[in-house]
Design a protein around this ligand. Structure first.
Ligand SMILES: [Ca+2]
Ligand SMILES: [Ca+2]
Length: 201
């Protein structure tokens, strides 16, 4: 009987440890930004941006799992979240400032030097042609903020090259963009969660 009780206790402890290790990741910092003049509406649009620290090693495939966390986020019946679309200097700068002011670019948050955002050149015939996760394609005159020498589609770790994009905090790059492997290293990531009602500011 005692042996059976010990077995049950051991199983319960193991379950609690497993559950706590796989519980929903919470954002390390957030900011809600109000913008005007996007689309056809004159009304302000609010988006809550959430920065997450580095994923677990077993969160494969890393960029897709990051987007899945973003899609699990929403505000009061609004649309689902997604990896962040940082397609203008204002929002891109605010998110870099959020990361730096909270010191999230340090090892206590990320060891692998970067945060996935919602930009990629994955897909057939799309190499070098970057699309935001909202479907917008980057044209020659659109906002871009690549680190020096990037994107380089490095293929030393994956013959398919680098098709996802991170805010890069390495080699003196303070959050400029770098193309990164989609599933080689766990990363931090940035979500955006639209707030249709815009009542949080
Ligand atoms: Ca690429
Ligand atoms: Ca690169």
């Amino acid at each position: 009987m005692i042996t059976m009780d010990l077995k049950i206790i051991f199983m319960l402890v193991a379950c609690v440890v497993y559950a706590s290790a796989h519980q929903q990741q919470e954002p390390a910092a957030t900011v809600t930004l109000k913008t005007y003049g996007f689309g056809s509406s004159c009304y302000p649009k609010c988006i809550k941006y959430e920065v997450y620290c580095q994923q677990d090693d077993d969160d494969h495939p890393y960029q897709q799992k990051a987007n899945a966390v973003c899609r699990s986020r929403f505000i009061r019946g609004g649309p689902r979240g997604r990896l962040a679309v940082l397609n203008n200097a204002y929002v891109d700068g605010e998110i870099r400032d959020l990361i730096k002011s909270n010191r999230l670019h340090k090892k206590k948050c990320i060891k692998n030097h970067g945060f996935f955002i919602g930009l990629s050149d994955s897909g057939r015939w799309r190499e070098g042609k970057y699309d935001w996760v909202n479907g917008d394609r980057i044209g020659q005159n659109d906002y871009q903020n690549w680190a020096r020498g990037q994107p380089d589609n490095d293929n030393k770790q994956d013959e398919l090259g680098q098709d996802c994009v991170q805010l890069w905090f390495r080699n003196g790059n303070r959050g400029k963009w770098d193309d990164e492997y989609c599933n080689f290293r766990p990363k931090g990531f940035v979500c955006e969660v639209p707030d249709n009602h815009c009542s949080t500011l």
